[in-house]
Design a protein around this ligand. Structure first.
Ligand code: HEM
Length: 154
């Protein structure tokens, strides 16, 4: 039981950091910046926010995967015999990671390039696409946490 407590705690903390960070970015930071900063300053600040937050997301992804697989071996016999809510969680986690990779590997470099070139119109377009993608990932993340913690779906 004590052996399970460590991966379980790390797993929930990692989910909290990833989903909570997206919640803050989408529902708090974004509207706060729109009402206080001009376009160029806002885009520069987002580049810096993403650079710092994405480091934590990478850590959360690794911790979620390692602790999740560890818990499956400790509590259930394997992936096939794990309850449905755990399988949904793995599927949701994979989709969340794919969307995160799209932002990290494709959209963020585009945003950086636009800011460096001081092409504010292009930057605003990329930022709007990132915002959509983070919004989708936030919804999936909230759904995964709801499915995991309600355990209705066994
Ligand atoms: C590789 C991906 C993942 C694996 C293998 C995995 C596996 C697991 C396992 C085995 C448990 C314990 C279930 C139990 O004791 O009944 C768990 C719990 C949990 N997971 Fe995941 N998980 C993954 C991804 C995620 C993601 C992406 C999130 C949220 C963003 C998440 C959120 C949670 C939460 C909140 C719990 C605690 C549920 C509770 O007992 O109340 N997991 N996970």
């Amino acid at each position: 039981m004590v052996a399970f407590a460590l991966p379980y705690t790390l797993h929930v903390l990692a989910a909290l950091i990833w989903v909570g960070g997206m919640f803050l970015a989408w529902l708090v930071l974004c509207p706060a910046m729109v009402s206080t900063l001009e376009g160029p300053a806002r885009l520069r600040l987002w580049v810096e926010v993403f650079r710092r937050f994405f480091g934590w997301v990478w850590l959360a992804v690794v911790v979620l995967a390692v602790s999740g697989v560890g818990m499956i071996h400790l509590r259930f016999a394997g992936f096939e015999t794990a309850p449905r809510y755990v399988q949904v969680m793995i599927g949701g986690g994979i989709v969340m990671f794919a969307l995160f990779m799209r932002v990290q590997a494709l959209l963020l470099p585009e945003l950086r390039a636009a800011v460096q070139a001081e092409d504010w119109a292009a930057g605003a377009g990329v930022l709007a696409r990132i915002r959509r993608m983070v919004g989708v990932n936030l919804l999936i993340g909230v759904g995964v946490v709801a499915v995991a913690s309600s355990r209705l779906w066994v």
